[in-house]
Structure formats: C-alpha cells, structure tokens
Design a protein around this ligand. Structure first.
Ligand SMILES: NC(=O)c1ccc[n+]([C@@H]2O[C@H](COP(=O)([O-])OP(=O)(O)OC[C@H]3O[C@@H](n4cnc5c(N)ncnc54)[C@H](O)[C@@H]3O)[C@@H](O)[C@H]2O)c1
Length: 359
C-alpha cells in the first residue's frame, strides 16, 4: 500500500547529504529499495542517496509501526517513494519490487536491540533470520541484482581478535541473541550469493545521530538529561563502544553499492571509542554544566555477558573509498542540538517513552 495521507503534523525535513561521495551513476542501479527505510538509519540513507543521485529512485519500504517513523519521511522529495509493507509478506515485497523495477535492495529492517533480544530471543531470530530469508527469496525471484545486508559488530562477541582487532575473516562467536541472529542471517546471505544474487554484508559498530529513537544509549541519555533526569549506566560503565555518526554510515552504504565486491563482508568500524561512563560524563557536563557527574548517574545492573572491548579492522572498506569523517565530540554536539530542538515534536510523550515521571 502506498502511503499517501499519513503525514499530517510531521516537522519539515532537510535532506542531509553531508559527507556522501557522489560516484558516477551506475548503469542498472536506478531503483533502490530500503527495507526498514522509515527507521533511524534507513530514512537518512534514503534522503542522502536521493539527494546525491537525482536520477535514482529510492523506495522506502517499512511497516511504519514504529513511533515517529513517519516523521522521518518527507513526501515532497520527488525521487523518494514510500511503500507501507511487511517484509514477512511476500505479496508486499513482490508488489514493491515489481512496481518500482528494483535493481538493488538494502536490507535494514530488523529487531535492532540487544536488550529486547535478551527478553524475547525467538522474536529476534524470526525478525532477523527468517525476515532476511524472505527478502532474499523475493530478490532472487524477481531478478534483483544487488542485496546489501546490514549485520552488526555484535556477531564477533567473544571471538578471537588476532592483532587486537576483529577482521572480517574471524569466525563469529556472538554472546547475545541479537548477535547470534545477525550471524545466522549472514549464512543465509552467503547462500543467495551462491544462487546468483550479488550480496554485500556490512558489520556495523554503534550508530548514533539525530532521529534515533530514544531507547539507545546516546539519544536516551541526551533526552533524560534534557528532561532534568539522571542517565542510566549499565554495570560499572566500563563497557567500550565504537561510535559512528549517521552520515558516515549512509556514505558507507553508498560506497559499497558503487564500489563493493560481490560476496564480500565489510566491517564498518570507527576510530572513536569510549567507555559508557566517559561518554555519559561528557554529555552530563555539556547538557547540565555539572562538574560532579556521579550526581547525574543511575547505576543499573549490566548485561549478563558482554563481548570483547576490541574494535574492528575496517581497512577493507577504506580500501574501496570510505573514510570516517565525523568525530565523536562533533557528532554528539550535533545530536544534542537536534534533540533539544526536535525530540518533543518528533516522538510526543517523551516522559512515557523514557519511563520517567516529569519533575
Ligand atoms: N543503530 C545501530 O547502532 C546499529 C548498529 C549496527 C547495526 N544496526 C542495524 O541497522 C539496521 C537499522 O537499524 P536502525 O537503528 O535504523 O533501526 P530502527 O529500529 O530505527 O529501524 C528499523 C525499521 O525497520 C522497520 N521494520 C521492522 N519490522 C519490519 C517489518 N516486518 N517489515 C517492514 N519494516 C519493518 C521498523 O518499522 C523501523 O522503521 C538494523 O538491521 C540494525 O540491526 C544498527
């Protein structure tokens, strides 16, 4: 079903193509469908691709059952089409792929949270493993030439990291259902590569930036602080995460679409790592001006098992033209500003989403 009249009070969007490399448009790559295209990463990727390649058509395919996702879309952009559909519905996928003569699919739709996957592991497998299979089967059936699959650094978990970094050829050893479901989905992707679809797998570190639903560390901490509440720190806060700003992620997909080698796995890592404690301390100082950051922290129990705090070797992706452009300080500052200006009108009842009682 095409989405026509659902956008009512959505704020105006600007296409943010910052940092996207403009490659020569490729023959046979005019129509690109993004599953989960209404979400945080998909929507910003869609508008960046559409702005960089005016001759391409980008189809945002999404269930739109996600809070605020319609606000991520701007129907005035001529070369973006919006399709409401479920990746578990063959008919929805077939209709969209055939109607728009899709050449490439970027598959982002997923159950995306580690904590949710620990609570409902079967849901995670269904969404991420079976869901990927359904999308790939429809790609094969309808002659889609390229399939770019969003996996995660979580597949590595407690894997061996020779040289202190995870390389793409390291055998995954996930430690949570989310990572396991992504690792399993990768095997299905390899199978379709063997059957004739050109596939590309992206294992991404933690992504942040404007328009991310405030249930992940950075947007949740920012919105809590902006509501005058304490941030939540899991365990001691010593977990290390590697951070990628959204525009660098959009550009990685752009590079892989135009320069990627079929059948390859690409680590999408970051030069910017921080413990959760240090990252939260810096957001507390910026937003509240406090010097005693501990006063603004609620310590809650950590996850039962965490992966190794090592980063990924992403020289393969750099070798085909990707570079990280946005540092953590710059990216967090832009994100803090966006949430201050927009969070309330984007998601509505923030105290309810954050599980807090307003002061
Ligand atoms: N955000 C991160 O830090 C990060 C890091 C590594 C990998 N990833 C991966 O990137 C992808 C996108 O993540 P995101 O942060 O944009 O998530 P998101 O939750 O913002 O977006 C996911 C979108 O998928 C849609 N969706 C869910 N089920 C669907 C279905 N059955 N049919 C159609 N659409 C459906 C949702 O409506 C939502 O708009 C996911 O595969 C995620 O696992 C994210």
């Amino acid at each position: 079903m095409a989405v026509n009249d659902q956008m009512t009070n959505a704020p105006t969007l600007n296409s943010d193509a910052k940092g996207m490399t403009a490659f020569e448009p490729q023959d046979g790559l005019s129509n690109i469908l993004i599953t989960g295209g209404g979400g945080f990463i998909g929507s910003q990727l869609a508008y960046s691709l559409a702005a960089t390649y005016p001759d391409y058509r980008v189809v945002v395919f999404d269930l739109f059952n996600y809070k605020g996702s319609l606000n991520n879309l701007d129907r005035r952009v001529q070369n973006v089409s919006i399709f409401k559909g479920d990746i578990f519905n063959d008919e929805d996928l077939s209709t969209a792929i055939m109607a728009y003569q899709i050449d490439a699919v970027i598959h982002l739709s997923a159950q995306t949270s580690v904590d949710a996957s620990l609570a409902t592991p079967y849901e995670s497998s269904k969404a991420n493993v079976v869901g990927t299979n359904v999308v790939l089967e429809n790609c094969l059936k309808h002659g889609v030439k390229k399939f770019v699959h969003m996996s995660s650094a979580d597949v590595y978990g407690k894997a061996e990291a020779p040289g202190g970094k995870f390389r793409e050829d390291v055998a995954p050893r996930p430690v949570n259902p989310y990572g396991a479901s992504k690792a399993a989905s990768e095997l299905i992707v390899h199978e379709y590569q063997a059957r004739g679809v050109d596939t590309f797998i992206v294992r991404a570190s933690n992504v942040y930036g404007p328009k991310q639903f405030p249930d992940k560390l950075i947007p949740k901490s920012i919105t809590l602080l902006q509501q005058g509440q304490k941030v939540m720190i899991q365990g001691t806060g010593e977990d290390v995460k590697h951070w990628l700003y959204i525009s660098d992620v959009s550009n990685a997909f752009n590079v892989i679409l135009h320069r990627g080698v079929p059948g390859e796995v690409y680590n999408l890592g970051s030069h910017h790592a921080s413990t959760n404690y240090n990252l939260c301390s810096s957001m507390i100082k910026t937003i509240t001006g406090a010097t005693d950051v501990e006063l603004w922290m609620n310590k809650v129990p950590g996850r039962p098992v965490v992966g190794k705090p090592v980063g990924m070797d992403f020289s393969k992706l750099e070798g085909i033209g990707w570079t990280q452009q946005v540092g953590l300080e710059e990216g967090v500052a832009a994100t803090v500003k966006w949430y201050g200006d927009n969070a309330a009108k984007w998601w509505g009842n923030l105290p309810q989403i954050l599980g807090i009682t307003p002061k």
